[in-house]
Design a protein around this ligand. Structure first.
Ligand SMILES: Nc1nc2c(ncn2[C@@H]2O[C@H](COP(=O)(O)OP(=O)(O)OP(=O)(O)O)[C@@H](O)[C@H]2O)c(=O)[nH]1
Ligand SMILES: [Mg+2]
Length: 495
């Protein structure tokens, strides 16, 4: 996901990082490269201009925070600006005070509406609602059966009445939901072009008949800026309350995600990250920004782990990350956990969330290696061929140990080197983060206890007192993350 943009930005920052001091020219040059990277990612020109100008503005006006290196300062500014671009808070789905809540999915042909309808039904049910799917696509012959099959698979009722036109069908579905005590109605409409007047009028008519609480555009992330144009086109006919960006798992560039909200004002609410029915995630701007900047997405990872793994283990891992004690043994443990989960995004999708790993995967792909199960098995084999001591302290692995591990795992010393280098990179990143970057939203730091700490407590219900306790809140410099913390606690209460 977003590999190419991520890789480019990281190499810009890597170069900055090697300098002790940054001159104005250094920053200028870096920003020029950021600009090129964003344009290559198919981000809208207008957005790129604003973005670079805003970063420059902040970079020039700002004294280097003394706990940060100049490069970190620039990264922090870029991170904050990315979050601003993507939307500062994760937008939520409207839930009607008087059920049923009506959600209409619209979009181009093949953008992923039907699949997303099923994914959404699964999520909504997890939230404690009773969903109803509505097959409102009378045009494509197999469309109705596609949704019906899906409904059976996830055990969600599907409403359809042959011969009824979509507006009347939608109306009948809402009535049915009311009578049957179903609290969410998800209308799967036919794919259409935003320039097809007749079909757009049909949407207007559904809109008028059922007044959806949410009209969500389902857009294919891989189409880049075209997705932005599509959103603008649909918005002229129906009020879009949000976007679900699908196929983010295959989007290496990120242009759609980065331009959509800024250009159209419509927030991204969910992202589709795979073909399977659990591959739908709520959109978290700060996490995506971190992912793009190669900081990984430890929060999503832990949240997902939380769904599948026992709480205690998740809390232990969280604590290790915060303290910078995450070692190869933990890495191995996580991999076998991940294998157990292997959710919709598959193993690759999950592992990409680990800091520094996304980039390694990209490199592997470029080298013509397919990133698959086999590769994970190799990594596992390598770690398994290490002694416990080596796993805990990889720095003791010298030449002869490498040869032993390589022959034990059926790999080469070069592969061991690569693994160790990647791991060092990841550890370095975690250490850097735990030294703290004041004011870094999401990664926010709590008085030096651990940079990730600011984001971590926002994981409701993880129940690790060591982290959840609001220990360093009194520190002045922690102000920005207090907000985060406060939000997190409010969230906790709500649950
Ligand atoms: N990789 C990936 N594939 C997806 C995602 N969402 C949908 N797809 C795939 O995209 C294809 C089209 O999905 P549909 O849900 O049928 O699309 P649609 O918008 O309902 O299509 P029409 O009804 O014909 O307009 C299918 O092969 C899906 O599996 C996603 O998030 N990631
Ligand atoms: Mg469909």
């Amino acid at each position: 996901m977003f590999e190419s943009l991520s890789e480019k930005l990281q190499s810009v920052f890597d170069r900055l990082g090697r300098k002790g001091r940054l001159s104005e020219e250094d920053v200028e040059l870096a920003l020029r490269e950021v600009r090129v990277a964003l344009l290559e990612a198919d981000v809208s020109l207008k957005v790129v201009r604003q973005f670079v100008a805003a970063v420059k503005d902040k970079a020039v006006g700002q004294d280097v925070v003394h706990s940060l290196t100049p490069a970190q300062t620039v990264i922090k500014i870029v991170h904050d600006q990315l979050v601003e671009l993507l939307g500062t808070s994760p937008p939520r789905l409207t839930v009607a005070s008087k059920p049923p809540t009506v959600v209409m999915l619209v979009g181009l042909q093949g953008s992923g509406k039907t699949t997303t309808a099923g994914k959404l039904a699964v999520q909504i049910r997890k939230m404690g609602h009773r969903p109803l799917l509505v097959a409102a696509d009378p045009y494509r012959p197999a469309a109705v059966t596609q949704l019906q099959t899906l409904g059976k698979q996830i055990d969600v009722p599907v409403f359809h009445e042959a011969g009824k036109k979509p507006p009347e069908l939608a109306q009948a579905a809402v009535k049915h939901a009311e009578q049957a005590g179903l609290s969410f109605v998800i209308i799967d409409t036919a794919g259409r072009l935003q320039i097809n007047e007749e079909l757009m009028r049909e949407l207007e008519s559904i809109e008028a008949k059922v007044a959806p609480h949410e009209t969500l555009l389902v857009a294919d992330a891989m189409t880049g800026q075209e997705a932005v144009r599509v959103a603008e086109g649909f918005r002229q006919h129906v009020p879009l309350s949000g976007v679900i960006l699908t196929k983010l798992d295959s989007d290496a560039r990120g242009g759609a995600a980065l331009s959509l909200r800024e250009v159209t004002g419509v927030p991204i609410k969910y992202v589709g990250t795979g073909e399977k029915l659990d591959a739908l995630e709520q959109f978290h701007p700060d996490r995506l920004a971190q992912r793009i900047l190669g900081m990984g997405d430890v929060l999503s990872l832990i949240e997902r782990a939380q769904e599948h793994v026992d709480q205690e283990q998740a809390a232990r891992m969280q604590s290790k990350v915060v303290k910078g004690e995450f070692d190869l043994q933990d890495f191995l443990d996580q991999m076998s956990q991940l294998r157990k989960m292997a959710g919709g995004g598959g193993l690759t999708g999950l592992v990409e969330l680990l800091p520094g790993v996304g980039r390694a995967l990209k490199e592997a792909r470029q080298a013509g290696q397919s990133v698959d199960e086999k590769q994970f098995k190799r990594i596992e084999a390598m770690i398994q061929s290490m002694t416990i001591e080596e796993r805990r302290r990889p720095e003791i692995i010298g030449g002869s140990r490498k040869r032993r591990i390589a022959s034990g795992s059926g790999t080469t010393a070069a592969e061991i080197n690569q693994l160790l280098a990647q791991f060092r990179q990841m550890q370095g990143l975690m250490k850097q983060l735990s030294k703290g970057m004041p004011g870094m939203r999401g990664l926010g730091q709590l008085g030096g206890v651990g940079g990730l700490g600011g984001g971590m407590p926002s994981l409701p219900g993880l129940g690790n007192p060591a982290i959840a306790a609001p220990q360093p809140v009194s520190t002045g410099s922690a102000a920005p993350s207090n907000r985060q913390h406060h939000k997190a606690r409010k969230k906790k209460k709500r649950r």
